[in-house]
Design a protein around this ligand. Structure first.
Ligand SMILES: CC(C)(COP(=O)(O)OP(=O)(O)OC[C@H]1O[C@@H](n2cnc3c(N)ncnc32)[C@H](O)[C@@H]1OP(=O)(O)O)[C@@H](O)C(=O)NCCC(=O)NCCS
Length: 207
C-alpha cells in the first residue's frame, strides 16, 4: 500500500489535498491520500465536504506506508511538526501541473508548488519550501528550508530567503536582497533593503 499523508487540515492542507488528488487522477501515484491533524474536529466539516479522510494525530504516522507533505503555512510550526515526525519519514514534493518550472530549478524534499507559480531558471529550493499560487520566483534565487512564498508574491532575481522566512501575499522582494532566517515580509510590502533575521517588515518601502 502506498499512501500520501498531508499533515494539516487547515486551508492550505486542504488545498494540498486537492493538488495531490489532481496529480493522482493523471498518474495513480498513491493508493490512499489522507490528512492527519492533531485537532481534526476543528476542520472535519470542510474535509467531509471534500471527501478527504482525516486520520489520527501526526504521531501515529507509519513511515513504512505513508509518504508525507507538511502543509502548514506558518514556517516555524511546519518545522516543529517535521521535527517530531517518526524517524524514517519519507517526504513527497508536489508540483501543480499548472505551475511553470524552467531549466535548472531544483526542489528539496517535502516542497509544494501551487497552481500558477512560475520559477524561471537556476533556482534552488531547500526542503519543505512552499510556493503558493501565482507567486513568481526569478533567476538565481535560493530559498532555504521551510521558507514560504505566499500567493502572488514576487521574488526578483538573485533573492535569498533564509531558513523559515515568509514573504506575504502580493509582496515584492527586489533583486539581490536577502531576507534573513525567520523573517516575515508583510502582505503587499516592497523590500528594497536586506531584512534582518527574525524581524517583521511591512509597507512600501518595507520597514
Ligand atoms: C505584516 C504582518 C506579519 C503583521 O502581522 P501582525 O503583527 O499580527 O500585525 P497586526 O495585524 O497586529 O497589525 C499591526 C499594524 O500593522 C498594520 N499592518 C498589518 N499588516 C500590514 C501590511 N501587510 N502592510 C501594512 N500594514 C500592515 C495594521 O494595519 C496595524 O496597524 P495599526 O497599528 O496602525 O492599526 C501581517 O499582517 C501580514 O501581512 N502577514 C502576511 C499575510 C499573508 O500573506 N496572508 C496570505 C496568506 S495565504
Amino acid at each position: 500500500m502506498r499512501g500520501l499523508t498531508i499533515v494539516g487540515a487547515g486551508g492550505f492542507g486542504r488545498e494540498v489535498w486537492c493538488l495531490a488528488s489532481l496529480l493522482n487522477d493523471t498518474g495513480a501515484l498513491w493508493d490512499v491520500i489522507a490528512i492527519r491533524d492533531d485537532h481534526p474536529a476543528h476542520h472535519r466539516g470542510f474535509c467531509d465536504d471534500l471527501g478527504a479522510d482525516i486520520l489520527g494525530p501526526v504521531d501515529e504516522l507509519d513511515p513504512r506506508v505513508e509518504e508525507v507533505v507538511v502543509a502548514v503555512g506558518d514556517p516555524s510550526v511546519r518545522r516543529s511538526i517535521t521535527q517530531r515526525l517518526p524517524s524514517g519519514a519519507r517526504f513527497a514534493t508536489l508540483v501543480h501541473p499548472g505551475a511553470h518550472l524552467g531549466p535548472r530549478v531544483t526542489l528539496g524534499d517535502g516542497c509544494v508548488v501551487a497552481a500558477g507559480a512560475a520559477l524561471s531558471t537556476n533556482i534552488q529550493l531547500g526542503d519543505h519550501v512552499h510556493i503558493d499560487q501565482n507567486a513568481t520566483i526569478g533567476h538565481d534565487c535560493h530559498l532555504e528550508d521551510f521558507a514560504r512564498v505566499n500567493p502572488a508574491a514576487c521574488l526578483s532575481g538573485t533573492v535569498h530567503l533564509g531558513r523559515g522566512a515568509l514573504v506575504g501575499a502580493n509582496a515584492t522582494v527586489l533583486q539581490g536582497r536577502d531576507v534573513g532566517a525567520g523573517a516575515v515580509v508583510g502582505a503587499g510590502a516592497v523590500v528594497t533593503r536586506d531584512v534582518t533575521a527574525a524581524t517583521v517588515v511591512k509597507g512600501v518601502p518595507a520597514r
